[in-house]
Design a protein around this ligand. Sequence first.
Ligand code: ATP
Ligand code: MG
Length: 455
Amino acid sequence: MDLHILIATQEKPRRDLCFEVAKRLGLAVSLAESALRAFDILDAGRVDVVLADARMPGLGMLDLLKSARENSPETDVIVMANSTEAELAQQVVKGGACECIIRPFEADDLQRLLGRVIQKKQMSTENRLLREQLETHRGLGTLIGSSAKMQKVYEMILKVAAKRHPVLVLGESGTGKELVARAIHSYGPWRDLPFVPVDCGALSATLIESELFGHVRGAFTGANRDRSGLLVAGGKGTVFLDEIAELPVELQSKLLRAIQEREVRPVGSNRRMPLEARIIAGTNQHLEGAITRGTFRKDLFFRLNVVSVKLPPLRDRKTDIPALVHHFIDRYSGTSGGAKDISYEAMSRLMSYDWPGNVRELENCIQRALALGSSPEIQMSDLPSNLLYAMQAGSGDRRISTLRELERDAIRQALEMTAGDRLRAARLLGIGKTTVYRKIKEYGLEDIVNSSHLS
Ligand SMILES: Nc1ncnc2c1ncn2[C@@H]1O[C@H](COP(=O)(O)OP(=O)(O)OP(=O)(O)O)[C@@H](O)[C@H]1O
Ligand SMILES: [Mg+2]
């Protein structure tokens, strides 16, 4: 997101100097040589920073400040004052303007001040974005989950989104590495440029080389025309190198060279093409281990690991499960009259499972339950058997629940949920009323029925 600065001064040399500095800092600039023009610009659209002379004909500092704040309360104002205006300027600064810089000043002075203002602004924008996202959604963009662990991930995404250095996305299979790479791309200023995912594990060594780097006609059998590689195809967009640990070692050095020299040499060619893309790499492997085994190059690891985003496995953020479940129900239940909700017991079961396949496994589980189930709520019986009889990850020795234990738990939960209403509990459990009566007795659950009735 480009920040927009309005530079308002009558003095041409000062305007030029300010323009130069603002451009250097990557800001979008509007110039005003008169007060009238400055007001027009403020009226016309969002301005993030106003850099203006303390006095311009027809313009008091207070008017400008007021106008800027009306434009947006978040607009920062920097006043350029000479020594005689300084005292007034200081008062205005105290009264709410952001900063004051005394004229004459050097480009470097302005750059330092402006840099600080922008940095503060970017940080508060990041925070605001994050807050808004978390308030209005259950996560960040397409990423669902508001656990503390995911919030750390979101902070990192927003922090790196506007930068161009490589990012390494780590996490077990199914934790959402590709979604994170897409989020980094879509929260950055280059979101309108291509996002190019490449699965480094899916192709043979020769094919992946020509996929990544491109080739010229005749480079190998079947190469009957020039083809540019995926590394350059997306221009200044993002290339996501998924399963990077699967990349053959020879290609790892070629990739490292390309990233370092920012140039790509297509197979069979001497010509080099500029590599402008931002590189994000992903893996579910433990790269340090791969380095020790000699299957991954240490220097490439250091190059890619400038910043890493580590995704927590789902079992470490179980509080996100309900939001994910509802997200997938919304996405897959469609208009076909499928389930729109999930029973309490089924949800409890999902929460107690360890999800070795992480979010992908949960997604598949919900899809399957929606396809198979016939009631308005997903029931225990719609869940896959591995989940129903899963190993309970005890703290130490692992044991499996007996069917009787599971049944007793399910009936108890159903009774608790329905405040002891046996008829509704039977319906939730998908069994007959008389069976529920019998089982309540068998498992000694009368207490729940009685105490709930009394209360
Ligand atoms: N936080 C999340 N919110 C919503 N959906 C998610 C989330 N994390 C993952 N998913 C979904 O789970 C599935 C797997 O995600 P993704 O492909 O990004 O995982 P991955 O880490 O790249 O897995 P692999 O290593 O197996 O390629 C996708 O369908 C994705 O949409
Ligand atoms: Mg993936």
